[in-house]
Every structure is written in C-alpha cells, then in structure tokens.
Design a binder for this molecule. Structure first.
Ligand code: MG
Length: 312
C-alpha cells in the first residue's frame, strides 16, 4: 500500500493576513446592547495590535440586526489610521451609500453556495443575490472601495446538509467575475473537517488564485484551527478570525463561534508565520472586552495565556 501524501503536512506561507471580524460577525450575536464606546475602544486596540483589516460593522436593517444599528456612529468616531482598513457589510445600494458616506475603505457583500440557506437568510435565490450585487460591486470598485464577497455554507448547509464543491465553485467564479477583489469562504455552522477543506480548496484553486481566496471557520465542533492549517498548506494567506472568539450564538449553549484571533495567532507565530500582529496586545484588548461584556470569551489562548516554564 502506497502512502497517501495528500495527508502529509506541507509547507505553509511565510506571511498571513488575519482579517479581524469580531466587531461585526462577533458582536452582532451579543444578546445585550454593546455601547459605541466599547466597540470603538476594541477596534482601536485591535488596530494598535497590528490587525490591518477590521470588519467594524454592517449597514443592515436595524430591526433585524439591532447590534449593528450604530455602525455609522462607530465609523464616525474611529480615527483613520495609516495601514488600517475598516470594512463594513452591506446588503444593498442604501448600505453602499452609507458605507461611502461614512468613510469605510472596504465593503463586504454576501451570498451562499446553498439555495436553501440563501432563501432562508436573505429571501432570494443565489442567482438573484448575484444579480443584485452586480451593479453594487461595480460602483463600489469605481469609488475606490475594496470589495470582499462572503460565500456562506461552503461545506455544510443547515437545511440541505453537505454542499457540493461544484456549486461552491460556480458561485465563487461568479463573485470573482462580478469584481470582488477577495472571497471569504465560510463554514457557516462550523461543520467542515480538514479533508473537506482541502478538497474544496483544490477545486477552487484550479480557477482562482490563492491570493484572492480567504477562509472563515467556526469552531462549533473544534475543527477551526485544523481547517485553517489545511488551508495554509494549500497556500491560502487570508484567514478570518474573531477577537476572543466572539460570535458564540447565545441561543446554542456550548456552541463556539468564530475561530478566535488569539488562537490563530498563537498557532501561526509558533509555526514561524508572520502576521504583523502583536498577540499579547490582542489579548489585553479582549481581556478589557470581557470586563465590558461581563463574561468570559471562548478563546483558549485568551484564557490560558502564554505557556510558562517553572524551575523545579
Ligand atoms: Mg462567522
């Protein structure tokens, strides 16, 4: 029996860009109101720690996502910083206009690989969502905004189960053709395992350069870091993470949210991968956030801290 070399560890990129999604993808799930001051302080501390792309909020309907209702105010209070890109999620033209008015440098649009999820989440077909974004992405690019396309349910759909890599590939190519500078492939419910990650990425990398693909993992079943590693081994250099592991669904006890920024940085730095981010500064930012929120956040590194060695 020959050895299966596809299972062996491979070389990983020397540098990785960590996209911080905590202030949006994380805080939007918070059950209680998070004051603007708390959000602004968190974002500024994360920028000071070296995180260069931060998703700071969303211009979505406040009745549907009340935690994001103050995104305009958050952006107004944030100081522009050289080297820091503030990104906002926008669902439509009004969202784009507000992003342009507010001084954000990047927008994110979103659709999914699964029809059932797209219907449930935004009430339209995948094709309709792509048509809606066609003009939007073009206008955003013309006004100098960086455009990211989120692709949800790349591995698992909570309604339909396993998602066919061919469906993901079709939608991914369309998002690239629309003009998205970068895609973020999301494991929305945190079901993916490394073999499936490798399989999908190999499929996508046949048509889309690695530099245009990012990955977005959730740690619901403890596989987020392993999935990030599998992505690195295929040359992916953009990985989403959430400070403190923010993004726990408050209605699913024990279910963990986004891959925690601290845990990802600890692994990357331990492997000699450069990120330009100071892990201890991220940790002090999330320690302060824990105090503000009045509860512990799930990041393992945040809770354990750096390893120590005691003399016997
Ligand atoms: Mg997420």
């Amino acid at each position: 029996m020959g050895r299966d070399f596809s299972l062996m560890p491979r070389r990983v990129p020397a540098q990785v860009r960590v996209v911080e999604v905590g202030p949006r993808d994380g805080l939007q799930h918070e059950p209680g109101k998070v004051p603007v001051e708390t959000k602004v302080a968190l974002i500024e501390e994360l920028v000071a720690a070296g995180l260069s792309i931060i998703e700071v909020g969303a211009f979505v309907r406040p009745d549907l996502v009340p935690q994001m209702a103050d995104t305009g105010e958050v952006l107004k209070r944030l100081r522009p910083r050289a080297g820091a890109t503030y990104m906002v999620l926008v669902p439509n033209r009004r969202g784009l206009e507000r992003a342009q008015e507010s001084g954000a440098q990047a927008i994110a649009v979103f659709t999914a690989a699964s029809e059932a999820f797209t219907q449930a989440n935004i009430g339209m077909t995948v094709g309709e969502s792509l048509r809606r974004f066609r003009d939007l992405v073009g206008e955003a690019r013309q006004s100098g905004l960086f455009v990211r396309g989120y692709l949800s349910t790349c591995w698992w759909c909570p309604y339909d189960g396993p998602v066919d890599p061919d469906s993901v590939s079709r939608v991914a190519r369309e998002l690239v053709e629309l003009g998205c500078h970068q895609l973020s492939l999301a494991d929305t419910v945190g079901a993916a395992t490394p073999g499936a990650v490798r399989k999908l990425l190999e499929r996508l990398l046949a048509g889309i350069p690695a530099g245009q693909l990012g990955v977005h993992f959730h740690d619901t079943r403890g596989t987020a870091l392993s999935n990030a590693l599998a992505s690195l081994e295929l040359g992916i250099t953009t990985i989403d993470a959430s400070a403190g592991g923010l993004g726990q669904c408050p209605f699913a006890p024990g279910a963990l949210g986004n891959l925690a920024t601290e845990d990802l940085l600890y692994m990357l730095h331990g492997m000699g991968v450069e990120t330009g981010v100071d892990l201890e500064l991220v940790r002090s930012a999330t320690q302060r956030l824990q105090l503000a929120l009045g509860r512990a956040l799930p990041s393992r590194y945040l809770q354990a801290g750096p390893p120590t060695a005691q003399r016997r």
